[in-house]
Design a binder for this molecule. Structure first.
Ligand SMILES: NC(=O)c1ccc[n+]([C@@H]2O[C@H](COP(=O)([O-])OP(=O)(O)OC[C@H]3O[C@@H](n4cnc5c(N)ncnc54)[C@H](OP(=O)(O)O)[C@@H]3O)[C@@H](O)[C@H]2O)c1
Length: 337
């Protein structure tokens, strides 16, 4: 089959597009013809290496997969799945995450345990469905069950232009919150306005803490100033600054550390302003199905920067690494998916 893969970590140049052995289907698995596979922020990190995860090689990127059941293993309970069913795959199993420790979906066929399949409702395209789990599912949990973001909140989203960030803006707006969204270039902040951000900060030209101080006031222990919620999956040198943006009783929500997982901190802000730091990992159990239903009802449209063939994967991974993507990139191994 055609696949995108890397046999060695160390550089994005190690990514190849070519022939790869088809997966062998186990009796409790279904074979899926991949119609769409979405890229996530962790994919360039896996190819470059340096994370604590041990990636078995060769590895196929793309943890998010949407496709069609084309073969059913003999131990899959009868009637549960049928040939032609449209599905997405829950990418996380006891073997780890697809694209990290289990081969991903940037290829023509994936074989997976039937319990990992989730049905795509009518009216949702494969490309949209492929965006459901890792970015949208994570943002949905962070904004929803973990962060409890609501209509009285003012939410500052750092790195709002990536997969999780764009989804966080959409879900926070859906919850009725006021959203201030950060992006690192003028074209990206224009797009943030288009998806409903109430205010934007171009971090290439403006310091986000200074902007919050100028527009919302410096937080005080008496309860004035600052915002209620900051979403920070960047880490690094943004960490302390984002604590400083929070008003009394504010919540900092995090699900990642793109720019560094062990930043300096300043505990004074945490106690003085009684801040809560809330971690969020992965998605709610029913999150993917809820998100697919929102898409089917026309209440949510994933933001897709580009839909392209597997051959474009090396160029797209470089664009993602260079922060030149807004939202998601989706590969379509089958033409006209
Ligand atoms: N825990 C979980 O379950 C979970 C699930 C999904 C993702 N995550 C984590 O969440 C983070 C975002 O994932 P994603 O898929 O949304 O990634 P993405 O699509 O690549 O977006 C990352 C965004 O972060 C911004 N950014 C700011 N500083 C950056 C830096 N130093 N390097 C790179 N980007 C920087 C970029 O926007 P600007 O250039 O506009 O600032 C970029 O658009 C990652 O750390 C990922 O590992 C965690």
């Amino acid at each position: 089959m055609k696949a995108v893969f890397f046999e060695m970590q160390g550089s994005l140049d190690n990514l190849q597009v070519g022939d790869f052995p088809e997966p062998t289907m186990k009796p409790d698995e279904c074979l899926i013809r991949v119609h769409a596979a979405a890229l996530n922020g962790f994919e360039p990190m896996m190819i470059i290496g340096g994370t604590s995860l041990k990636t078995p090689l060769p590895m196929i990127p793309c943890g998010d997969v949407a496709g069609e059941v084309i073969e059913i293993g003999k131990d899959v309970p009868s009637g549960q799945w049928n040939i032609g069913d449209r599905v997405i795959i829950n990418p996380y199993s006891d073997k780890g995450m697809m694209g990290e420790t289990v081969r991903g979906g940037a290829c023509e066929y994936v074989s997976t345990n039937h319990q990992q399949l989730i049905r795509i409702p009518d009216g949702v395209s494969y490309a949209d469905a492929a965006c459901t789990i890792i970015a949208y599912g994570t943002a949905h949990r962070m904004i929803g069950s973990r962060g409890q973001v609501c209509s009285t909140d003012t939410v500052l989203v750092l790195g709002a232009t990536g997969g999780v960030g764009v989804a966080a803006v959409q879900f926070a707006k859906r919850a009725g919150a006021k959203v201030i969204a950060c992006g690192s270039s003028d074209w990206k902040v224009e797009k943030l306005k288009e998806i409903g951000a109430d205010a934007v900060i171009d971090t290439n030209t403006t310091d986000f803490y200074e902007w919050i101080k100028d527009n919302y006031g410096k937080p005080t222990v008496f309860g004035t100033g600052g915002v209620n919620v900051v979403i920070n999956y960047i880490g690094g040198e943004t960490w302390v600054k984002s604590l400083r943006c929070l008003g009394k009783g504010g919540r900092l929500l995090t699900c990642g550390a793109t720019a560094g997982y062990a930043p300096a901190t300043d505990i004074r802000f945490i106690w003085s302003y009684e801040l809560a730091i809330l971690g969020s990992d992965g998605w709610d159990e029913n999150g993917p199905a809820e998100i697919l239903d929102m898409m089917a009802a026309g209440e949510l449209k994933p933001v897709i920067h580009a839909t392209c063939p597997l051959a474009d994967a090396p160029a797209m991974l470089k664009l993602q690494y260079d922060r030149k993507i807004f939202g998601k990139v989706v590969f379509t191994p089958v033409e006209n998916s």
